[in-house]
Design a protein around this ligand. Structure first.
Ligand SMILES: Cc1cc2nc3c(=O)[nH]c(=O)nc-3n(C[C@H](O)[C@H](O)[C@H](O)COP(=O)(O)OP(=O)(O)OC[C@H]3O[C@@H](n4cnc5c(N)ncnc54)[C@H](O)[C@@H]3O)c2cc1C
Length: 394
């Protein structure tokens, strides 16, 4: 051990905003929904995350509906009872704000430890050197530390992976997303559809599907049920150059309504009152051959971008961030490299499996099939337990 402090630099931290010791800048994320499963929630709660501050609505199962909103299947799930934490449905901006709080708050709560993170906004990192642990900023300055990077369109990944060609690719799936206030929907349609779960104690994640041609609307309540997120997914056979997977691309409401022609009038009316429509051409990244080099590690979407079909991308980023617990103040360069190797050995195979399972969701998977992979996803309890399991199985 040669140093008394660990200087962790998180480049382009979006949702993987916290770490131990806490840290990182953040500018990403839009206003629509995000679903966090028990694997992510458990880890975040251990560092002071409070889902109620983020307006999180606990999910109590899934509901499958046809294009007219008729119930086909109801699957209640006790997430907390089965996996030790709620599945939470949140507005992204509320979730991001709570992450920012736990990253920057002084250590006054028992679970919030270490020095508050220093956040730097609107600053591009243009290069990094994994061997010396330095990053170069667009203004020409150089900062030294231990480096972690993330972000689907990361330009720095190649400094760590070294071989060419590891870039996110389009999947052929396009997604419109909107968030509609409950009161606006009520005014527009009179009585809300059953799946809105207005006034009910328990809420579901709803999947409304039209098979020919395939169209899916996934919906769930957010911000203490005062909004509903609607994610409208369809295969776009020709990738459009004008749609990147970014958080900021505006979608065309008329195009969304035309694409989702065929769904019942109430649902289409609700789509029509959206004041902001965002669109994504969904992308994913093939499994990388390595995640680390020298003092640098790639995590989050830069390491394993996947489509939201299992809602596991951010959960994986949270699990990655949890693995940084292995980096301790006072570690030498050699010790840091060894810790990064351990992180790679646990995190890379797990993210690869979740990516494979996510790809299978694109073929018309039944809810029961989805439940089978959920057990693998939600049972994860963090890096220490994963290392113990690995040691006992070898
Ligand atoms: C439509 C949609 C819905 C989703 N829903 C869910 C869900 O319900 N549940 C779930 O778990 N996951 C979901 N995901 C996936 C989830 O959003 C991502 O996995 C998560 O945002 C990844 O976090 P991140 O921090 O790795 O990257 P990001 O959130 O993309 O943040 C990366 C940040 O890095 C910045 N950056 C990149 N390069 C640089 C640089 N060189 N210098 C400085 N800054 C840089 C970017 O500007 C950005 O701010 C969804 C994804 C999409 C597209």
């Amino acid at each position: 051990m040669t140093e008394s402090k660990l200087h962790a630099i998180v480049v382009g931290s979006g949702l993987a905003v916290w770490l131990r010791p806490r840290g990182s800048p953040n500018i990403a994320t839009g206003g629509q929904g995000i679903v966090l499963y028990p694997n992510g929630v458990k880890i975040l709660e251990s560092v002071g995350f409070d889902g109620s501050r983020a307006g999180g609505v606990p999910c109590h199962g899934y509901r499958m509906l046809d294009k007219d909103g008729k119930l086909l299947e109801d699957i209640p799930i006790d997430f907390k009872g089965r996996w030790g934490a709620e599945m939470l449905m949140m507005k992204r901006s509320d979730f991001r704000d709570e992450l920012m709080r736990i990253a920057t708050a002084p250590a006054t709560e028992p679970s919030i430890k270490g020095e508050p993170a220093k956040l730097v906004f609107n600053t591009s990192v243009v290069d990094l050197d994994p061997d010396t642990g330095t990053i170069s900023l667009a203004d020409g300055s150089v900062v030294k530390g231990d480096i972690i990077i993330d972000g689907i369109h990361s330009t720095l990944r190649k400094r760590i992976i070294k071989t060419e060609g590891h870039v996110a690719k389009k999947t052929g799936l396009t997604l419109f997303r909107i968030a509609v206030p409950t009161k606006d929907a009520q005014e527009a349609v009179g009585s809300l559809p059953e799946w809105w779960d207005d006034g009910k104690d328990e809420s579901r994640l709803n999947i409304m599907q039209l098979d020919d041609p395939l169209r899916i609307i996934a919906s769930y309540p957010i911000r203490r049920k005062s909004y509903h997120n609607l994610s409208c997914l369809f295969p776009m056979h020709e990738a459009r150059q004008d749609i990147l997977e970014t958080w900021y691309k505006d979608g065309d409401k008329e195009e969304m309504l035309q694409t989702f022609d065929g769904f019942d009038e109430k649902t289409r009316k609700i789509l029509s009152i959206a004041t902001e429509v965002k669109v994504w051409d969904l992308e994913e990244l093939d499994t990388l051959p390595n995640w680390h080099r020298g003092r640098a590690l790639v995590i989050g979407d830069a390491a394993h971008a996947m489509t939201p079909l299992q809602g596991q991308g951010a959960n994986m980023a949270i699990e990655d961030a949890d693995s940084l617990r292995l980096l301790l103040p006072g570690m030498s360069g050699v010790e840091i490299e060894s810790a990064l190797q351990k992180i790679d050995s646990i995190r890379r195979p797990r993210a690869a499996k979740v990516l494979q399972d996510t790809r299978k969701q694109t073929k018309s998977t039944t809810l029961q099939e989805r439940l089978a992979t959920m057990d693998y996803n939600c049972s994860y309890k963090g890096i220490y337990e994963a290392l113990e399991k690995e040691a006992s199985s070898s």
